[in-house]
Design a protein around this ligand. Sequence first.
Ligand code: MN
Length: 424
Amino acid sequence: MLIEKYRIQELNDSQLSTHKAKLSGLTGSIANTASVIEKLIAFQVAIPSWALGAGGTRFGRFSIGGEPRNLEEKIEDVGLLQALNQSSGAISLHIPWDIPENATSIKALAAQHGLRFDAVNSNTFQDQKGQQHSYKFGSLQHVDKAVRKQAIEHNIEVIRQGVALGSESLTVWLADGSCFPGQLNFRKAFQNTLESLKEIYAALPDNWKVFVEYKAFEPNFYSTTVGDWGQSLLYASKLGPKAYTLVDLGHHLPNANIEQIVSLLLMEGKLGGFHFNDSKYGDDDLTVGSINPYQLFLIFQELVEGMDAKGMNHATDLGWMIDASHNVKDPLEDLLQSVEAIQLAYAQALLVDAKALDQARQENDTVKAQELLQDAYRTDVRPLVAEARLRAGGALNPIGLYRSLKVRENLIKERGLVTVATGL
Ligand SMILES: [Mn+2]
């Protein structure tokens, strides 16, 4: 299904006067709205190819119908999101769930939808059909060199696939670790992993980055070999300038101060990118901003402040990706919500008066500092985000349009009710 421009225009026209009235309230009271809108237009969030079908848990999976059956249909789905919000201009692939049979035609199809390929993701957390060695006891950390070699070669193959698609980064998330005390020699596991990562690093093209993603627990429940930002930073530092830490919001122990982690990684020049999601307990992979939007805002406040301090380009110098999985929502509606939540937090962070905040800190004026942050956070910036979408050619109300065009119903008609997308 394709969404024609005139359908977007029609709905936008009917909502335009209400929107303009809300927007003028903001532009009248805030000085830098023009630059906020420009930055929002430039800011694109990559959609993961594995989040386009209904997510499953170990207890089951409930298909929502019309799920993409192949890579082409996944690209088509991200194209729908992009048509609606003009902020989902990239797709992040997971190999081997999405192996392009013909990279040139896949690239062309993506370009037709205005999409580029963001980081490619390797997968050594499950065994694939016909695979010689099992990853049951880890991949890059494995005690058996042959298993490590297989995992290294897989990652190098993923880089090759990524090069053909025009991607410029590899994300390595490892399930490696141990479930019971005594199972693993921590130092040997670390060293094996580092040696393996070095071989993968050596295969990176000059303009590529590798993101080392950490996770506190699950599927291993006693130790994880890249368990936190400290361990990821160790690997990234030892690997070299093309290696960075990737922060997945759901991969921390409860109550971790993620904004502080982000601040320090940025300071060290080792923050590579993000996997956005939200959680209440663990790696819940819920819709971005659905549980704790204030934390998301605080993270963006550190990002904006830290990136500005280094003169970085907000839109291009870090990898912005969603990593989520849902079992009760229409995944496309969920992704529209997630992208909007990211834009809202970013816009609010752009409203923070950095100079005044700096001064309040200098004077130990805790009350003032809190007021400055919360003043930005409590500003309803939805009209700014909507205006950015409007100017970029998207819909003022993406979910409203998605529903009024009956996109899901159409996808079910096209693809059938019983389709299951590969993914989590
Ligand atoms: Mn992730």
